[in-house]
Ligand binder design. Structure first.
Ligand SMILES: Cc1cc2nc3c(=O)[nH]c(=O)nc-3n(C[C@H](O)[C@H](O)[C@H](O)COP(=O)(O)OP(=O)(O)OC[C@H]3O[C@@H](n4cnc5c(N)ncnc54)[C@H](O)[C@@H]3O)c2cc1C
Length: 280
């Protein structure tokens, strides 16, 4: 198993902010994962790092990175897929589309892994009511060093949340069944998604997608209009609820910007709940 020492975690997050991992483990198999968890308990986990804000002043003793973990895509005779949690979402979508299935092309722009998408219940905006969990049958996890399968009904999928979020579960793989979809329709939907992101998402600087999963539209519109900024981190003037890191932007800058928006919510008696996972 590959282990890197004193590795900067900024390399593994899309916002390019992060502290140092004393030991950064890259398990490829469940056995290797168990080796780590038996030794150190459950430590910090990084998937695609696209929903993570990590304290850049901190040293984390043991961090597990799942980018090299289980990348298998299998389909059985009933067209049920078993997908490893280390598979990139784009790879999954291309694979099911070429088999004549679809339904999650709206995730084609999401730079995460299947495991992270299950943990976060990744999906389209709240109003669309579409998430990856629509097609989940069961999720295979590591819990207390044992492999367990959890039926969808027990996964507690909610808006950008599941039983696996901030928990002692590690998602190993997931069983999914997708609807039949014409290949040319799938191609069109993938293309449309990429164009939509080009038009509406601000990827001019490193970011982690949406900041809050629940917030006031009026406040977020104002924050976008002024491009609220703390240090070298600012809210995008193009995409609502979207933070950008300029060169040398820090964890503290990002936390200050997030807290400023939370304070605005408190002033009018509302709550802004973060979507991004913060490692303090
Ligand atoms: C440009 C951009 C666009 C985005 N668009 C969308 C969008 O349209 N819809 C949407 O829902 N999200 C979107 N996101 C947010 C993010 O990509 C998703 O939440 C994604 O599913 C996170 O997956 P990840 O592998 O990167 O998880 P990470 O960011 O690595 O981790 C997220 C959390 O899950 C935990 N975790 C990760 N993998 C596992 C595992 N296997 N087992 C247990 N815990 C694990 C981590 O510890 C962390 O707590 C976007 C982000 C960016 C940067």
């Amino acid at each position: 198993m590959k282990i890197l020492h004193n590795e900067p975690l900024s390399k593994y997050t899309t916002i390019r902010i992060g502290g140092t991992a004393e030991n950064l483990y890259f398990p490829q198999t469940t056995e290797e994962l168990i080796e780590i968890t038996q030794q150190f308990g459950l430590e910090y986990i990084i998937g695609g790092g696209s929903n993570l804000l990590i304290n850049d002043e901190k040293v984390f003793p043991n961090v597990i990175c799942l980018t090299e973990f289980n990348k298998t895509i299998k389909k059985d005779e009933n067209d049920v897929y078993t997908i490893g949690s280390g598979v990139r979402l784009q790879t999954l979508i291309q694979a099911i589309n070429s088999d004549g299935f679809g339904g999650i092309e709206y995730l084609y722009s999401v730079p995460g892994l299947v495991g992270g998408a299950i943990v976060m219940n990744a999906g389209r905006g709240r109003n669309y009511g579409k998430t990856i969990s629509d097609y989940v049958i069961s999720v295979q996890v590591l819990k207390d060093n044992k492999v367990v399968s959890i039926e969808k009904e027990k996964c507690e999928f909610k808006h950008r949340s599941s039983i696996f979020k901030n928990s002692d579960y590690i998602v190993l793989s997931v069983e999914l069944k997708f609807p039949v979809q014409d290949r040319s329709e799938s191609k069109k939907l993938r293309k449309e998604r990429i164009q939509l992101c080009k038009d509406h998402q601000d990827n001019s600087c490193p970011n982690f997608g949406s900041v809050f999963k629940d917030s006031s539209g009026a406040i977020m519109k104002f924050v976008k209009k002024i491009g609220l900024k703390r240090g070298k981190v600012r809210f995008s003037k193009k995409t609502m609820n979207w933070i950008l890191k300029d060169r040398d932007g820090t964890f503290r800058d990002a936390v200050k910007a997030i807290n400023a928006v939370k304070k605005m919510h408190r002033l009018i008696g509302k709550k802004a709940e973060c979507e991004v996972i913060i490692w303090e």
